[in-house]
Write a protein that binds this ligand. Sequence first.
Ligand code: HEC
Length: 159
Amino acid sequence: MAAQRGESEPMKRMFVTVAAILLGIGAVYAQQDIVNQRQTAMKENGKNLGGVLAPMAKGEKPYDQAAVDAALTKLADNAKALGSEFPENTKGLKSGDKYSASPKIWENRADFDSHIASFVKAINEAKASVKNLDALKAAVPALGKQCSSCHETYRLKEG
Ligand code: HEC
């Protein structure tokens, strides 16, 4: 019995180590998924503001209320998700793209969260007010300011 236990201990330890490594790898994949998820959401933000709303405000595209509403709804959905897309364990992880998340996010979490809240508020205001071209012209720069004021502090340019 004693000999058997003696043999099984190292086996047990090995299983535990293997399990820990697998769990660790799983966690890294999950973290990388979150980084990719927020990257995709940000690219969508770029498309909705820069590719839909801004060209309409400038008169490069005809005003289209359904397209405005769809773009603002998508912006709102993405903005609301931001709060959970920057967990502490993604600090230092990069997407391999042009930008990355600054470590300042986790040093000034309350301020970062207030940027998210102010972004959500601006989108909700736009949803309520943008029913014609003039209102869209006022909303686009107000939304753009939200993007750039967060990026100024919390987004890093790679390379
Ligand atoms: C609360 C802060 C915050 C707000 C508001 C915000 N962003 Fe970002 N954005 C970030 C951070 C942080 C990153 C870097 C994320 C990363 O790489 O993990 C980023 C990355 C990006 C990128 C780069 C994606 C890539 O290809 O690398 C784009 C484009 C972008 N944001 C567009 C926008 C637009 C457009 C808006 C407004 C409609 C906006 N963002 C609002 C924080 C914000």
